[in-house]
Design a protein around this ligand. Structure first.
Ligand SMILES: C[S@@+](CC[C@H](N)C(=O)[O-])C[C@H]1O[C@@H](n2cnc3c(N)ncnc32)[C@H](O)[C@@H]1O
Length: 388
């Protein structure tokens, strides 16, 4: 009787999951190893399970109803990977001796790479095995694809690539100093590709956790913690959570502010980011993002403003200098009263600009021919379409 009931419940759960379009990934061997590893480090089983969702990809679903103020997850300190972890490791002495001090970000990236290189020997293997092997952030895109992005985000994507390249090349001498630890050439282990992977891992997956300033690190903020399992939570701009390290119980805790039904995907909010920022920093865009915005370059604006106005450049500089450009547009677009004629002309200008950006986006879409990446890219570029 008992086992029949359990079978029935299993069938019902399967049906509900299938109807929600999600695939429970609990039997993935890497996931099982991760759960075992977490348990050994004191993580008590939570109601969350890894699953694959049709709209957001891999994420976490709840196996029970969640009410506002419920604790979603409580991850013990021993599961967190921070600069403290790095300093206690074989890298600690090298970091402490190195001058000028390296950044907390470089310490984390180096540790991730050397632990991945250690393979079976690494105590972090179960975590590293579930990390993505590559990312969708623009630093992974082919330059021809980056060229197709709308100009403002294209500039930022190019800038980001330069920052990463400088991050990689400016730390080569520190990387070489680690050679006594390995037989293989250190520059092969900490290659550009490896650094890009680690950089994206830290940038897309860490939670905020402030650490006291230490002399062995440069003055950049030390605010990262890699949080295994917890970092499978996807972003939704509409949800609210309380997330922080609880000093009393020494766990990183997240409490939901919104309810979830059984088998729903549970989300957190990475911040009030527009789609440009989400794409640059996390490699995705959110549909129905209340913070979405359309970036317009100065050249496009000037192209639409009266070409007969000889004083236009001067007026523009003046407005910019006094920070009127942003505030005035926001006022009009958010519905504050300016004057009827001004409002109408502003709206008309916005409509024309959007129309032009729409046309440019359609042309860019036509050029995306690469079959392997077209789906992701089409959806990404589509989100930058001003009409969306
Ligand atoms: C902290 S991880 C979340 C877990 C991740 N989906 C995974 O499979 O490991 C952040 C990454 O998840 C993806 N992501 C998060 N929220 C998303 C969303 N709403 N839609 C699509 N992808 C999302 C992005 O690739 C992002 O860089």
């Amino acid at each position: 009787m008992k086992s029949k009931g359990r079978t029935g419940r299993r069938r019902k759960r399967k049906l509900m999951e299938v109807s929600a379009g999600l695939v429970n990934q609990s039997c993935d061997i890497r996931y099982i190893q991760l759960r075992k590893w977490l348990k050994n480090r004191g993580f008590l089983d939570s109601q969350l399970r890894m699953a694959h969702f049709p709209d957001t990809g891999r994420g976490l679903m709840t196996t029970r109803l969640l009410q506002p103020e419920d604790l979603i997850i409580s991850l013990p300190e021993s599961c967190l990977l921070t600069t403290e972890t790095v300093l206690k490791s074989y890298l600690g002495d090298f970091i402490r001796k190195w001058c000028p001090p390296i950044s907390p970000l470089l310490a984390l990236c180096t540790f991730l790479i050397t632990e991945r290189y250690a393979g079976d020997q690494s105590p972090w293997k179960p975590y590293i095995d579930v990390l993505p092997s590559s990312y969708d952030c623009p630093v992974y895109w082919e330059p021809e694809i980056v060229t197709l992005l709308p100009e403002p985000i294209r500039q930022r994507a190019v800038q980001q690539r330069t920052i990463l390249q400088e991050f990689y090349s400016s730390h080569l001498s520190f990387v070489r100093s680690l050679q006594p630890l390995y037989q293989e050439n250190m520059e092969n282990i900490l290659s550009y590709d490896a650094v890009r992977w680690a950089w994206c891992t830290v940038n897309t997956r860490t939670v905020y956790m402030k650490h006291a300033k230490r002399d062995c690190f440069s003055s950049e903020p030390d605010v990262y913690a890699l949080a295994p399992f917890l970092d499978l939570l996807n972003h939704s701009p509409g949800v609210q959570v309380d997330a922080a390290f609880n000093e009393e119980v020494r766990c990183y805790e997240i409490r939901t502010k919104v309810p979830y039904r059984k088998y729903d995907q549970v989300f957190i909010c990475y911040g009030h980011h527009d789609n440009q920022r989400l794409l640059l920093e996390y490699g995705f865009v959110a549909s129905n993002n209340p913070h979405r915005s359309v970036y317009v370059t100065r050249d496009v604006m000037l192209q639409f403003l009266s070409s007969t106005d000889k004083q236009l450049q001067k007026k523009w500089s003046l407005l910019k200098e006094h920070e009127f450009l942003d505030t005035y547009w926001k006022k009009v677009l958010l519905g504050s009263f300016v004057s009827e004629s001004k409002e109408q002309s502003c709206m008309e200008l916005v409509r024309k600009i959007c129309q032009q950006l729409l046309e440019q986006t359609s042309q860019a879409l036509q050029k995306v021919r690469c079959p392997a990446s077209s789906n992701t890219l089409l959806s990404l570029i589509d989100h930058f379409h001003p009409s969306s």
